[in-house]
Write a protein that binds this ligand. Sequence first.
Ligand code: AMP
Length: 420
Amino acid sequence: MSTYQAPKGTFDLIPPKSATFLAVREAMSAVARRAGYGYVETPAFEDTALFKRGVGESSDIVTKEMYTFTTRGGDSLTLRPEGTASVVRAVLQHNLDKGALPVKLYYSGSYFRYERPQKGRYRHFSQVGAEALGSEDPLVDVEIIMLAAEAFRDLGLRQVRLLLNTLGDSECRPVYRAALQQFLRGLDLDEDTRARIDINPLRVLDDKRPEVRAQLTDAPVIADYLCDACKAYHEEVRSLLSIGGVAFEDDPRLVRGLDYYTRTTFEFVHDGLGAQSAIGGGGRYDGLSQELGGPPLPSVGWALGVDRTVLALEAEGVAVPGSGRGVDVFAVPLGEAARHLLFGLVQKLRRAGVSADFAFGGKGLKGAMKAADRSGARYAVVAGERDLSADVVQLKDLESGEQVPVPIDRLVSTIKEKLS
Ligand code: AMP
């Protein structure tokens, strides 16, 4: 073991589990690609001001959780704590908003928050996100929600629930905010929470402490304060989801930690995860572009948590197809001549699209077969002097243990046939 360990709140992705992470990322990305979302990749750090502005000065992320540093040149940069602000910045910088709308983009990468680490909550974590920018059509909200639901379904998760709410807009939200503030001021709350009433009262609704929750039962709910336009918009989203067969639960207390959210807001939760149950979330952020100095650009998006989705798969005991397997074929040469021949066959198999590995280091039969087992391969190809003089190799099915000689020039086609 080395003197060094991965930093607190982080972990290494190593085989075989890393394959599940890749499969989860791929399933989440695939649904977006299928729906015409193009891939966007932004830097892992940005000007600190972008997140202060785009995530919100009063959010927990900005006040407590950012990894901010000063460069040697004296600039303040921050490791990205989330993806949306960077994507909007990139869209505006490259004038994508001047082309066909909505601009549909997806991304996949690492995010950084200085949180108190626990199961499902890390300081370095992985998200796949999708954003549709420049459209105020409820069908876009519905499309984006359906894509996330589809990703979880494709992965085989069953215990996923979709929670839905609306946060109103710049017309009705302030009225609700004032009513909520008035209600909260009458409660018995600690000093920190009282301070929150002024800067970010909606976040108090999100407080998980039982003594706070108990006092919130009669809190005013946004549904009673929506303006006609927001009410109609939300009703349409709800009915379109129902028509589309997407089950959801209305959750009037669902708020998001980020200040730029308006109207539709949603979260996917998994019941097998305990406290950190959110496996993805998102919503509309009609005000963000202007907040960043751009034109009005009503937009909606989500970010799905890869790490927690992997935990959810484990909780349900679901194996992601293709993620637990090693290579298709492992080659075991016995003797120098076989080493050269099999190494060539391995190249041939790979070129033919069959994944293949090789017992390096001149191991004996026992050691090499152990390596084959460990590799998770479906088949071993074994050959010694006697096989070579008969122009065959031995093809061993590592599941059944059955072994047959196969002519060398027919090995690739035989394996391809068996694998299909
Ligand atoms: P958020 O940007 O906070 O809405 O996060 C979107 C999703 O990312 C959440 O639903 C989680 O699945 C995941 N996520 C957020 N923060 C963390 C974290 N610290 N560790 C692991 N996953 C996280």
